[in-house]
Design a protein. Structure first.
Lengths: 114, 110
């Protein structure tokens, strides 16, 4: 049973436009959410996180929105750049920033077209 | 640099052989995690250590799998009697606030 879902396996966006990556979760105990980015032949790298006490967190071109009632979060990248082309994993955990383990979604492959 | 290095980067083995992967985190990573990733999937949790203590093991970690972290520094993940279904990327991560992954060890079982 997949607790973290990313229903879009892939997404293509023009350079300069907004990329929106979506994620849904089923476990209402999750209270800390993370996004990771992965390039081929590399391990995932941490991008941005959000605690369940917030509904928005911003870091430069990256913004994560959390809708707890819908158990949904999204990652916005504005403006998108070719270097953003990668696989993006949504992840969730229990225990706030003192979480023990992180559960990952299956990922969305983003292609930013120049 | 995530402060986590893994060795070997790629291992090809025949079914039934044993393999061992090593993970070396920097000392700041007092927690150490092992994940497995197969094609088209996100990383799946296997186990984690707090210093030298193994605190949780996933049901994915069958009795053919064993992980150790002697002295709370480097860690090893051994797979005995490998099966073709064990073919995957094995990722190690250190934890200092967030998870910092190594580049992974890719296992191919023929």
């Amino acid at each position: 049973d997949q607790q973290v879902k990313q229903n879009s396996p892939s997404l293509s966006v023009q350079e300069g436009r907004i990329s929106i990556l979506n994620c849904d979760y089923t476990n209402s105990m999750f209270d800390y959410f993370l996004w990771y980015k992965k390039y081929p032949a590399e391990g995932p790298t941490f991008l941005i996180s959000i605690s369940s006490i917030k509904d928005k967190n911003e870091d430069g071109r990256f913004t994560v929105f959390l809708n707890k009632s819908a158990k949904h979060l999204s990652l916005h990248i504005v403006p998108s750049q070719p270097g953003d082309s990668a696989v993006y994993f949504c992840a969730a955990s229990v225990g706030g920033t003192s979480y023990d383990k992180v559960i990952f979604g299956p990922g969305t492959s983003l292609s930013v077209i120049p | 640099d995530t402060g986590v290095s893994q060795d070997p980067r790629h291992k090809i083995t025949k079914r039934g052989q044993n393999v061992t992967f090593r993970c070396d985190p920097i000392s700041e990573h007092n927690r150490l995690y092992w994940y497995r990733q197969t094609l088209g999937q996100g990383p799946e949790f296997l186990t984690y250590f707090q210093n030298e203590a193994q605190l949780e093991k996933s049901r994915l970690l069958s009795d053919r799998f064993s992980a150790e972290r002697p002295k709370g520094s480097f860690s090893t993940l051994e797979i005995q009697r490998t099966e073709q279904g064990d073919s995957a990327m094995y990722l190690c991560a250190g934890h200092t606030g967030e998870l910092f992954f190594g580049e992974g060890s890719r296992l191919t079982v023929l």
